[in-house]
Design a protein around this ligand. Sequence first.
Ligand SMILES: [Zn+2]
Ligand SMILES: [Zn+2]
Length: 596
Amino acid sequence: MLNEIDLSSPVLDAALQILVEADVELADVDSICRAGLATAAEYESMSIRDKNHFFADAVRARCHEKGYFSGWQLLAHTANEVTLNSGMVDDVVKCLQVYNSLRPSGEKGPVTDLRMVITRAPNRDSIYLVAPKSVGGSAWKGSEEYNPAAQRKWYNTGFAPMSPCSSFIWLSVQRKMVARHDLDACNALTLLGTVDFDFDRIEVYKPGFAHAMELAMRYVAEMGTAMQGAALAALLNFDVQRYVRRIQESWIEGRKGAAFFGPRMTPPEDWTATMVGDCGALCAFGYEDAARFSESRETMFVSLLMANIYDLLFDLRTSSLVSSVMYIAAAGVAAYDLHTIFLTTVTDETARRICNGSSTVIPTYGDNSLLATGAWAPFNERYRTWERFVKYTRQLRCSTSPEAQEVLAMANRALILPERNTADAWQKVFAPGVQYTLTSRLTVAYVPLPAPELAKLPPPNVCHTCGVAFTQALHESVGDAIHGIAGLPASVIAAPAVSRAAAIRRAAFFASSAECCEVCACSIGCWADLASYLVLTALMRSDESTSAAEWLLETYAVWTVTTSPVSVATVLSGFDLRCDVREEEGAMGSRDVLDC
Ligand SMILES: [Zn+2]
Ligand SMILES: [Zn+2]
């Protein structure tokens, strides 16, 4: 089913206009014959200029016949002189097929006494109220620390200043795998993906889009280079994000819920392709050597699951049909927390690979993305992680539903899958009886340093007794421990990002305990989210003085703060799967899909 607007892509057209001017042939005779576009004799009788025009016309004709993603695919598979990762384009095509096939199943979670209302009210002194998703609030705006940190290649020409939440997620995922001298350009190209955050609809970002588009066209002309690959992937990504936005908007309007048929309709390997195609940041896949793609895409897929787990409450409210948690839930195994267990298995294994690797190895895009997303998801303010964690924990503890007690029990269990390979582990999630094959997660305890600098933040509004206990929890790091893979360097554990993450967690643990009064607990939960940007800021600062491995292990150590002794991801997603969510009229806006 093709609409008129699916038959040509302005950005692909613009790229073709540049490519035809190349002084080499875009596609050799074998590729042209293999694609069935011409006979060898016909093609070889043409001049280079004519060959390129002939080929570009064939791509445009394919767009018109089968839609522009088919045109992209023909370009990727045939133009052997152009850098354009064909495996990535195949994932995109599969992704859009799956997108068009997704239908809500109407299934409901178990009925419990857990409930939550999403509200825009600034006062949320109730464990039944939570704020909507944001793009990172404004606590960072006057920050003496954030603005200088952001100047170091975290801001981009033409794009107005962004919150740590936005700039960190878009740019950290490729931070340590793009060569330093290509970073500014790749950052601009990647920010074309902020269509996913609807930034193309915001006036202050329009000059940034215009600049990045210009840059993309300049690099499209650089035949056979990694930057040509990056530019074309960024343009393809722009097309994908605009295409899926239309579909996501129709889901929101339909309000049919986020449950769908999962593996009963879409095989697990097609789901991986769907997540990769819709990752929002294909640029670096175009930049990375295509030979690394099959490995790289596996952990990219898991980095999207990472975000989905924290995002679940909001995906449920916006009837998103592309949450990997709901995909796993459709197989019946989210009830055993298999989504978190799979995530933990792969994240630990990825960190181990980086930790044991040589210090000069360039990480894959997928590995970089997964570990950076692990630091971002709990500390981005966007997902209201700590507000939810505190309120959810308090509700779960007082609940009379056995499902609620089960969530708390699972959050303390620390299990993993025995499979070491990501693709094998992913298949295993759907094997009958998988819940009986789980093993204990092996970790080492590390002692975090204090983070006295958090005292400079405006404190939460709490009673005297809670105030004393809050201050003590925040600053007393002796006796605290974080649990991660063996072999993390002492310098990683001592990094300010890790100390701050641990301090924020101690405050949240206090607020979720019975010792803290309920109103004060709500206040501390919100405070913890506001303070979180300082974790991302510390990572932005340390980027400059660390190797790829050191920095990625630092992001891993930040994530691991949230895994044990209580798995924050289990509490959040376990609660969301079992609660009744409502929303005050208009609290979520028209499209807070804003999904990744
Ligand atoms: Zn998206
Ligand atoms: Zn109190």
